[in-house]
Ligand binder design. Structure first.
Ligand code: ADP
Ligand code: ZN
Length: 218
């Protein structure tokens, strides 16, 4: 099953992607995570990406199309994958379709997360991440057992540069301007399904599993 998660920053795509990936045994492919890894590793791609990410702007299409295309072609993605944060522009969606066409694959379903801007902003500005193991927390919704320390590896939690209030607001505007039109794009292909991003993690997970059964995908 090939899935795309679409929706504004802070919709909870990454969190759902992790549980879905485990349940259906398909790799979770997050362009945001791949780019952050490149930044950490200090590669050329990472350096370029950082300058856009810190401002809340999109990284150029060519860069993300290349890394995603490469990732999808790896053997663990043969029987399915879950795309989180890609595509984010019309150009990326076209390139994805072309790449899939070539290998006789297609997107089975696009889950569109409906989340209010208030919820997005609250989730992102309260998010804290562990730089050592990558775990996510939230100062109110999912606080660590000990303040500012990771439950799993005891690393000191930090706020992502792009989770600062001003940058969060910019990311939401960028979503409206550059990504939202993809809803139309996938609606026309009749593969778009709306889910409520305002629900808490488990409730939404259950809703999505039921949806897959109804759509005869699982
Ligand atoms: P969120 O979905 O919460 O905005 P991500 O971790 O998915 O967070 O993305 C963080 C940043 O990485 C984005 O603001 C953008 O700069 C960059 N990025 C991720 N995916 C893409 C993409 N498909 N196209 C362009 N830039 C991207
Ligand atoms: Zn940790």
């Amino acid at each position: 099953m090939n899935i795309v998660l679409l929706g504004p920053p802070g919709a909870g795509k990454g969190t759902q992607a992790k549980v879905l990936s485990k349940e259906y045994k398909i790799p979770h492919i997050s362009t945001g995570d791949m780019l952050r890894e490149a930044v950490k590793a200090g590669t050329e791609v990472g350096k370029l990406a950082k300058s856009y990410m810190d401002k809340g702007e999109l990284v150029p299409d060519k860069v993300v199309v290349d890394i995603t295309g490469e990732r999808i072609s790896q053997s663990d993605a043969k029987s399915g994958f879950l795309l989180d944060g890609f595509p984010r522009t019309d150009e990326q969606a076209n390139e994805l379709d072309l790449a899939l066409d070539k290998t006789g694959k297609k997107i089975d379903i696009v889950l569109c997360f409906k989340t209010s801007p208030e919820v997005s902003i609250a989730r992102l500005s309260g998010r804290r991440v562990c730089p050592k193991c990558g775990s996510n927390f939230h100062i109110e919704n999912m606080p660590p057992k000990e303040k500012d320390l990771c439950d799993y590896c005891n690393g000191r939690l930090i706020q992502r540069n792009d989770d600062k209030y001003e940058t969060v607001k910019r990311r939401l505007v960028v979503y409206e301007n550059q990504t939202k039109s993809l809803i139309d794009y996938y609606q026309k292909k009749h593969i778009l399904k709306e889910v409520s991003g305002n629900l808490e993690v488990n409730a939404l997970f259950c809703e999505i599993k039921k949806l897959f059964v109804r759509e005869r995908l699982a």
